[in-house]
Each structure stands twice: as structure tokens, then as C-alpha cells.
Design a protein around this ligand. Sequence first.
Ligand code: F6R
Length: 606
Amino acid sequence: MCGIVGVLGTHEAAPLLVEALGRLEYRGYDSAGIATLDEGRLGRRRAVGKLVNLSDKLVHEPLRGHSGIGHTRWATHGAPTEANAHPHAGARVAVVHNGIIENYRELREELSARGIGTSTDTDTETVALLCQLYLDQQMPPREAAAATIAKLEGAYALCFLFEDEPDLLIAARKGSPLAIGHGEGEMFVGSDAIALGNLTDRITYLDEGDRAEVTRAGVVIFDAQGREVTRPEKRIAQAAAQVDKAGHKHFMAKEIAEQPRVLAAALGHYLTPEGRIALPEPCIDFTAIDRLTLVACGTAFYACNVAKYWFEQVARLPVEIDVASEFRYREPPMPARSAALFVSQSGETADTLAALRYAKGQGAQILSVVNVTESSIARDSDIALPILAGAEIGVASTKAFTCQLLVLGALALEAARQRGTIDEATLAAHLQGLRALPGLIDQGLSIEAECQRVSRGLAEARDILFLGRGRMYPLALEGALKLKEISYIHAEAYASGELKHGPIALVDEHVPVIVMAPHDELFDKTVSNMQEVMARGGKVLLITDTKGARIAGDGTWEVITLPEIDPLWAPILYAVPAQLLAYHTAVAKGTDVDQPRNLAKSVTVE
Ligand code: F6R
């Protein structure tokens, strides 16, 4: 979603702003812009589409000055046009914004009643015009910004730049993250540490409701009540701010390939050297709850779907599961003996955060499984479990998914141990299975060339079906999501047994059907459903292991064979072909793999 950057520098700001915006491209955007102060005068340049269009414009119409703000916009209110691109401006102030100003219609009416008209479709323009109104009423910039912010309802990260104030940026956060970067005689503002990765590694994260007055001498922060507060300055590890493709063609390819390493790191965190589960203390008492609620969006939701099988089958713990956008408005009662667990790569997904706050309001114990440990979801949780996947830049989630599964798997085993639903030998065997994962994923990655070849055929299809049963059903859902989001091919997933209740009508020789079926306790059932597809001319791609391929490979269109694995953990390994097929199909179709159309990496609006 939208990305923000601000610079109070000692050199030309425009190249720094554009470079930082480049580091925010991964969030997804459809226009970009910057504003700088050139000898005290505000100048703006904006362009629709990729950042290169803005850079081109700056070549022909450069902007000078050492102070500036920049923005990548993911359209919410108003089409992605140049007029709607940020920064928005009044006569003496420019503003960039991430989020949604919910009362912008009322603000527009207020402005209109004073004869101030708007010229864009955005909610953000009202922020700039309101601030300008206060400046016109002779309020100094700091006060004008504070008065403006006080009028806003909704979610925002904001950064203001004022004419004739080359040593001031005002930043504010409510509902959308924002970080302040500290340099030597320079200061910065950014949506996250990645944005500021080339500028500084010293970061102060703003808290909910904070307003920051940033000058080259430092930052003064006020909380939601207007009290001056101190927020800690942290050093961000170089790796956390690293955004390079390490020789791969796409971030997605790099992140798929990184999985053995990051899974090993996560295992090192969650298992002791002797192979026992090591959770942060104090952690949840699974004997004190009768129900666990799992909530997330998208790929993280499918990780929850897999985990439901684990918690219910192994720990005999009833699990309720929902997508965050439904959960938050369904207002489900939360029994006293229950806990709620939220899964999110970014930790900033607006619906997941709102669902978390609802559950908290109901008195539930709150756990989260997150990648970004400084995120709002992590901060609002009683217990936040990091997945340690490192920065995930490709919009399509890959390594975060497998790391989420690994952490949820360890948690489910811990639940089973505490609740006495697993014997020592079985627990040890499953733990051994978890430890084997990085090696198996590494072996699994050797199917890449095969996936690439098969993907040329998939790229010709208009519709593709995915089938799975039991723990593999969520993997079918994840495979379909991954494929459709980056290749734009229509893909649907069904529980294998559901096929004959309707969707089998879709089957013909033009619709590839991808069946995910390790040789587990449900294999024969899934194969029966696969036979029903083949009997109707369906073109089946079977993803299985050696045993499965031997038994059921005949008559299929293609078979992709993975190493044998403890069936409990098969969903983690089978994520690899789901990812590789989506990736190579998208490459074959020539789509924008890392930044697919219309999508944002971190969905910070409802
Ligand atoms: C799909 C994908 C999305 C995210 C979803 C939740 O590849 O990445 O479906 O999983 O937007 O995002 P987080 O995990 O950041 O809450």
C-alpha cells in the first residue's frame, strides 16, 4: 500500500526520496510523487505508473532543495491519475498520507462552506487544504499541523512539509505505521525501516496517536494526549533493511529459494539443541483454554487453515477460524476459557489488526505470529511469536507462509504436550519431522526445472482447478491464490470430496486440475476423486511422493514427485510446488511477478 518518505538532508533531497520510494515499491502502488523546498519554495512532481515515470519527469523538470517528502500511492479514493497522486498541497504546505481519512466528506463540506474548493478525488487533499486554512489563520506550522491532525478520523500515517520551513517535517501516526530515521545532522521519515535502509540504521518507531516534530537536530514526539514522550531509538540489523535480489530475476524467486535457510533459523529459535520445543516465557497455558480462535487474511489465513488440522487432530483443541474482514464485523462471543491467535506477515493488515482489537476488547488472551516484530499486531499482542523469515519483498507471500506454518506447527505440538494428547515417542517423531524440514525443502526445490516445464502448459489455460483433502485442502487454496494473483489465470481450489457436488461440471480437456496428494491416510480417497476427473477427460497434474506416483501416476497429464515426509508436515513441503508453479506460469505469461497489478504487500486499509 502507500509508502511515505521524508528527508531533512544535507544534500539534494530528490534523488534520496526517489531511491527510498524505490525501496517501498514492494508495497504495491500505481502512482508516485515528491515535493521539495527549493530556496523556501514548494515544488512538486508526480507521475502515474512506475517510479521510472517520476524519475523521467525529474530529469526534464528537476526539483532542487535539501528537504522533501515523497509518496507511492495505491489508489483508494480516486483513480490513479496525476492529479490524485501525492503529495497534495495547499499554497504553503504539502502532505503525503497512507491510510483513509473517514470524515473527508465532512471536512470537504467545511472547506467548501469557507469557499475552499477541492480539485482531486482524494481524501488526502482535504488534509492539505485544512492545514493551509489554519496557516492562513496565522497559526504557526507546528500548531496548524496539530490542529489539522486533531480533526482527522480514520487511519493515517502523515508527513507535512511547509513552505519557508526547510528544517521541519511533521509526522503523525494513527492506524498506519511510521518510523523516524536518525542521521548525522540529517533526519528522515519513512513508512518502515526498509524505506530508510540506505539512509540510516537508527530508527524510532512512532506509537499509535503520536505526532512528531522532526528537525535536523532531532525529533520531539507527543502522544495522543499531547504529552511530550520519549520513544526508543533502535538499531536495525543491516539484513532487515536489505532489499536486493541476490542474483535472482525476481524477489519471489529469491524468497522461494531462501526457505531452507529461514526455516532452519526459525527452527533454531523454536527448538532447543536437544530438539525440545522452546517458546518464549511466559507463553500460553493450553490446558486453561477450551477453544482457540485463528484469524488472518489471504495466505496467512490459509496457514491458519492448516494449523486448524494440527491443533484439532494432535492437540484435540477445538479451533474456530475466520478471515479477519468477516470476524471483525461478525462480533462473535469469545468464551472465557479461550485465546485468539492472529497471523500476519506484515503485522499491519488493517482487518487483522481490527479483529485483534475486537478479541482483546472481549477479554481474550491475544497471541500473534508475525514477521515484522515492530508491527502494530505484534505490539498489541500479549505474546508475539516471530517467524524470522527476514524481509519479504515479493507481493506474493512465500517464505513467510512456510515459516508461519513452522511456528504454528511447533505451537500445536506444544499444545498437545501440555494437554497430554500425545505420547513421548510420537512427539519426538513429529519434532524430528520438523527438524528435517529445511533439508526436505532443499531437496523439494530440485523440482524447479520440472515446474518450469509444466508451467508452460499451465500458462495456456484460462481456468485451473486445485484439489486437496484434509491438511492438503488449504494447500490447494494457497496454490490457487498464488497462481491467480501473479499469473492472472482464474484458479479455484476445492476439497477433493466436494468436486462432485458441483465444480466437476467445469472439468474438460482444457482445464488443468492440480491434485496435491502425498501418500498419507487420505491418499486413496483423493485418488478416487482424481480418477473421477480423468474419467471425464480432465487433465491432471498430480503432485505427490514416490509411493504416490507409483500407485496413481498412470493416465495423468504430469506427475511432480516430492520427497517422502512425515504426513503431518506435508503442507509445508507442498507449498514449494505451489509457489514454483505460480512463479513459472507468471514468468511464462510475462506478468509483473513481484508487483502484480492491483495488489499491495501490506494492506493497511479495510
Ligand atoms: C498472498 C498474500 C496476501 C497476504 C494477505 C495478508 O500471496 O501475500 O494474501 O497473505 O494480504 O497479509 P499479512 O500476512 O501481511 O497480514
